[in-house]
Design a protein around this ligand. Structure first.
Ligand code: PEP
Ligand code: MG
Length: 572
């Protein structure tokens, strides 16, 4: 009798899905013909040249120069031809591309001019991009109908781009419940497991499978009986029943329930389930593979389809948060466009001819990543603010600053916002901060007079307080019940109450039944939750009693571990 293969994983987004496997991974064997390899280099060259054109059009000539040279590297026959020839000779595509890049990089590293030797990294980056191009689940042919995406590290952008193309479930070798891919999967209602053995990457493309994300299991090649038992299960993206009116606890305490989104798909879904609006728009998700700061037209094109769904409703646009597991290549390689060290790039054969532009960008500011990088760039912040003000005219717009650590950051954004609002002829929106760093939470009373609202980011806050990386499989939303984290949340809620400003929680713990009663108990008045969880959160709230939650939170604050706090919640 035929046996199915089973893979265990950590459940990070609940649900059951069936579909054919779609396996994509640049680290695995990429099977490609010589022509496909040549086309992939050409596509990477074309993408860079188009981006250079957009940057030049936006007046960002120095960044355009850098990206243009990267395009020249990708089109350089000295790099492309050896890779194509190796594949023609029978070499596997990933090896052929890497070896061609390595030999060019080695030539560059031996050059006496340091600015040219540094270009070795650019050649390796192009090789990466070519391999991504060859294996991207977004570019590659997918099985017809519903499919389950399998990837060494599923990215949030994969999920958003594929959400309306038949994506029924996702399986990732890397990551945990607090990784952004898991967060987006929960928002979309796509079942997902992580931490699966890498052997899953060797499964056959197109094979039937069942993903039981509640049980943390992928069944590859299920039997007819196993398939029949889960027939008609794919429900991701389907609108849920709509709940009416504002949410409240059983004793009538109003709690605003909004949704967290990064796409129009999630926004439609959250609103259909009764979300009052968007409490967190993660604007950085489409740009985690970006090669430069988005331009004003790119921001507009991203924001308009989401914000036009939110006329008359709260729309909280968070400024680009390129931190943690969301740092794009142009900020993570240490030589971002616009940074002092960035200059021309060239493969060995192109090096001599391009040397003239080396150092063209010397002297420009270059913070590493995160909010500091956004604030240091001459136009990144103003471009995003202008686009949000413009696209959000008909919404109840708020701007949310991520990863705030100092009052000066708030002042800088407030000043930029005033300038942008006056340039756009738009009303001044409310300005709030993410409270997601321990030091900011502890000093909440110092920030309160400078802002219009607090939004507590329990994903980062919990990780920082408990010393867990976002990708660590041990990191999970329920850990926000840990007394040390809860005490900080209570402190922020107190500071907000005293200053008369609203306090929301937009980390994923707001949808976790083990934490939600504690958040209500410490006085949080707004929850922003994954779009697909809006209905469930509203119904959990409807069963809660505020005075009982307040007493429970008091007890949990005196506990010594998260487990003790969970037991108190479960015993309620
Ligand atoms: C958080 O840290 O809780 C948060 C909402 O931001 P993100 O998950 O995007 O880092
Ligand atoms: Mg965060």
């Amino acid at each position: 009798m035929r046996r199915s293969a089973r893979f265990r994983g950590l459940p990070v987004s609940a649900g059951l899905a069936t579909g054919r496997l779609h396996i994509a991974d640049s680290g695995a064997a990429v099977s490609a013909t010589p022509d496909e390899v040549r086309d992939a280099f050409a596509a990477v060259a074309a993408q860079r040249s188009a981006l250079a054109g957009r940057l030049r059009g936006a007046g960002r000539d120095e960044e355009a120069d850098i990206i243009e040279v990267a395009g020249l590297i990708a089109a350089d026959p000295a790099l492309v031809e050896p890779a194509v020839a190796a594949v023609r000779g029978g070499e596997q595509a990933a090896t052929a591309v890497r070896e061609a890049a390595e030999s060019q990089a080695a030539l560059l590293e031996r050059l006496p001019a340091p600015e040219l030797a540094e270009r070795a990294g650019d050649v390796r980056q192009i090789a990466h991009a070519v391999l991504d191009q060859l294996s991207s689940p977004r570019a590659a042919a997918r099985p017809a109908g519903a499919f389950i995406l399998i990837r060494r590290e599923v990215s949030p952008a994969d999920l958003i781009d594929l959400a309306e193309a038949g994506l029924a479930g996702a399986v990732s070798v890397a990551g945990g419940a607090s990784s952004h891919a898991a967060i987006i999967a929960r928002g979309l209602g796509v079942p997902m497991i992580t931490g699966v053995d890498a052997a899953v990457l060797a499964a056959a493309e197109g094979q039937h499978a069942i993903l039981d994300a509640d049980a943390g299991e992928l069944i590859v090649g299920p039997t007819a009986a196993e398939l029949a038992a889960v027939a008609n299960v794919n429900g991701a993206g389907q609108p849920q029943a709509r709940a009416a009116g504002p949410a409240s606890t059983a004793d009538g305490r109003k709690i605003a329930v909004l949704c967290n989104v990064a796409s129009a798909t999630e926004t439609r879904r959250g609103l259909a389930a009764g979300a009052e609006g968007v409490g967190l728009l993660r604007t950085e998700i489409p740009y985690t593979d970006a090669l430069a700061w988005p331009t004003l037209p790119e921001h507009r094109a991203q924001l308009a389809p989401i914000l036009e769904l939110l006329a008359g409703k709260p729309a909280t646009v968070r400024l680009l948060d390129f931190s943690g597991d969301k740092i794009p290549p142009f900020l993570s390689h240490g030589r971002q466009p616009g940074s002092a060290a960035a200059g021309t790039a060239a493969s060995a054969s192109a090096a001599a001819g391009l040397a003239g532009t080396a150092g063209a960008t010397a002297g420009l500011a270059g913070a590493t990543a995160g909010l500091a990088a956004l604030l240091a760039h001459p136009t990144a912040l103003s471009d995003q603010l202008l686009a949000a003000l413009d696209a959000g005219r008909r919404t109840r717009l708020s701007i949310l600053i991520p990863m705030v650590s100092a009052l000066g950051e708030v002042t800088q954004v407030r000043d930029a916002l005033a300038r942008a609002a006056s340039a756009a002829g738009a009303d001044l929106p409310r300005l709030g901060i993410m409270v997601e760093l321990r030091s900011t939470a502890a000093a909440a009373e110092a920030f309160a007079p400078a802002v219009d609202f607090f939004s507590i980011g329990t994903n980062d806050l919990t990780g920082q307080v408990l010393g867990l990386d976002r990708r660590d499989p041990a990191a999970k939303p329920a850990l926000a019940a840990h007394p040390q984290v809860l005490a900080l949340i209570a402190h922020v809620a107190d500071a907000g109450r005293q200053a008369g400003i609203p306090v929301s929680v937009c980390g994923d713990s707001a949808a976790d039944p083990l934490v939600l009663p504690l958040l209500v108990g410490v006085g949080v008045d707004t929850l922003s939750v994954p779009a697909a969880h809006v209905l469930r959160v509203r119904s959990v709230l409807a069963d809660l009693d505020y005075p009982a939650c307040a007493a429970l939170a008091d007890q949990a604050l005196r506990a010594s571990t998260a487990e003790e706090a969970w037991k108190l919640v479960l015993a309620q």
